[in-house]
Design a protein around this ligand. Structure first.
Ligand code: F6P
Length: 372
C-alpha cells in the first residue's frame, strides 16, 4: 500500500471536493493507495489533525462547494505559532513520517505551489494540483475553480445590465483575480461589459469617460465597467514601478526597508480605488455611477459541471501518477490531458494575461474599451 496525505490550502475554490473525491475514489477502486486528509491546509499537517479519507468520507461531496478539509493561508516556512513567525517545516516532516507517508498531495494556488516546494526542499515527496479562481498558475492551461467563478461573475454582469439600464447609470463591477485579469476579462467579454480593466493593461480614466460618453451620445445612457481588483491607472502603475525601482536601487538595508515600506503603503492606499474610479467617472461624464464588489460570492457555492469534471480528472490523474511513483510535480492541464510538470517550473511564476491574448483581441473587436 502507498500512503498518501492530502491537504487543501490557500483560498477555497469550487471543485476542490470533486478533486478530493476523484483522488480518493481512484485510490480505493483502481490503485492500492491509502488516503489521509489533513485539515486546514498546512496547519493541520503541523498539528497532525487528520481524517482517513475512505469511500464513506468521500461520498456525497462531488457537488459541494468549498473543501471538506477546510483551508488556510498558513505558510510552512513562516507560520504564526506562539504569537511569532516560525519555520515549522521540521515539525511537518515529523507528521509526514509519523503517518509513514510516501507522498503529500497539496491542492492550491500559486502560494501553495511555493509552500509545497518548500517542503520538497526538506525531503518530502510532494505532488500538487492547480486550483484558484484567479487562473494565474504557470505551466497549466487552466486552474480548478476558474470556470465556476467565471460563470458567477458573468451572471452578475448580466444582472447588473438591467438595473444600470433602468437608472441610466454607470455600474462598476469589481471582479477578483489578484494580479491577473483572467476573471474580469473573461466575464467582461462573456457578459458584454462596455469597459474592461485588467492589471495587464494600465488604464487612463479619461479614455474610459470618453468611451462612456460616446455610448451616451449614441443613445445608450448606461455603461458596465468590469474592473479587475488588481487593475491600475497608468499614473498608479508608473508610481508602483518607481517604488519598486527604489527597492532595487537601495544601497543599504535601511534604505531597502524604507523603500519596501513605501511600496506597502502604496498598496494599502490602493484599497478603495474602485470607489475612487466611480467618483472620477461621475465627475468626468456627469453620469451617476455605482460600485458593486463581487467579493467572495465568486468563490462560493456549487462548482460548475466543468469544474466537477476537471476536479475529478485532476484527482484521478494524481492517483495514477502516485501509483507510478511520480512526485516533485504539479498535475497540469494540457489540452485534453492531465500531465505532470516539474514543480520548480511553476513556483514564483505568475501567469498573467498576455496583452495579445485572443480574449483581449476579442474584447477590442467588439468595441470594448480597455482603458488604454
Ligand atoms: O486567490 C484567490 C483570491 O480569491 C483572489 O482572487 C483574492 O485576491 C484573494 O484570494 C482573497 O484572499 P483572502 O481569501 O485571503 O481574502
Amino acid at each position: 500500500t502507498i500512503n498518501v496525505g492530502v491537504l487543501t490550502a490557500g483560498g477555497d475554490t469550487p471543485g476542490l471536493n470533486a478533486a478530493l473525491r476523484g483522488l480518493g475514489k481512484s485510490a480505493e477502486y483502481r490503485y492500492d493507495l491509502q488516503l489521509v486528509g489533513f485539515y486546514d491546509g498546512f496547519r493541520g499537517l503541523l498539528q497532525d489533525r487528520c481524517i482517513l479519507l475512505d469511500e464513506s468520507a468521500l461520498s456525497g461531496i462531488l457537488t459541494l462547494g468549498g473543501t471538506i478539509l477546510g483551508t488556510s493561508r498558513d505558510k510552512p516556512r513562516k507560520m504564526i505559532v506562539g504569537g511569532k513567525y516560525q519555520d515549522m517545516r521540521d515539525a511537518m516532516v515529523e507528521t509526514y513520517n509519523k503517518h509513514h507517508l510516501d507522498v503529500l498531495v497539496c491542492m492550491g494556488g500559486g502560494g501553495t505551489q511555493k509552500n509545497a516546494f518548500s517542503l520538497m526542499e526538506k525531503g518530502l515527496n510532494v505532488l500538487t494540483l492547480p486550483k484558484t479562481i484567479d487562473n494565474d498558475i504557470a505551466n497549466t492551461d487552466v486552474t480548478l475553480g476558474f470556470d465556476t467563478a467565471l460563470g458567477i461573475a458573468t451572471d452578475a454582469i448580466d444582472r447588473l445590465h438591467s438595473t444600470a439600464h433602468s437608472h441610466h447609470r454607470i455600474i462598476i463591477v469589481e471582479v477578483m483575480g489578484h494580479n491577473a485579469g483572467w476573471l474580469a476579462l473573461g466575464a467582461g467579454v462573456a457578459g458584454g461589459a462596455d469597459v474592461i480593466l485588467i492589471p495587464e493593461i494600465p488604464f487612463d480614466p479619461d479614455n474610459i469617460a470618453q468611451a462612456i460618453m460616446e455610448r451616451s451620445r449614441s443613445g445608450k445612457h448606461f455603461s458596465i465597467v468590469a474592473v479587475s481588483e488588481g487593475a491600475m491607472s497608468i499614473h498608479d502603475h508608473k508610481h508602483e514601478n518607481e517604488l519598486k525601482e527604489e527597492i532595487t536601487l537601495a544601497e543599504n538595508k535601511k534604505e531597502k526597508t524604507k523603500a519596501k515600506e513605501a511600496l506597502e503603503a502604496f498598496y494599502a492606499g490602493q484599497s478603495g480605488k474602485t470607489m475612487r474610479l466611480a467618483q472620477d467617472l461621475e465627475t468626468l461624464t456627469g453620469l451617476e455611477a455605482r460600485v458593486t464588489i463581487l467579493g467572495y460570492v465568486q468563490r462560493g457555492g456549487t462548482p460548475s459541471a466543468r469544474d466537477r469534471l476537471l476536479g475529478s480528472q485532476l484527482g484521478g490523474a494524481a492517483a495514477a501518477l502516485i501509483s507510478e511513483g511520480v512526485n516533485g510535480a504539479m498535475v497540469a492541464v494540457k489540452g485534453q490531458e492531465m500531465k505532470p510538470v516539474p514543480l520548480k517550473s511553476v513556483v514564483n511564476k505568475l501567469r498573467t494575461v498576455p496583452t495579445d491574448h485572443i480574449w483581449v483581441d476579442t474584447a477590442r473587436r467588439v468595441g470594448t474599451c480597455l482603458g488604454d
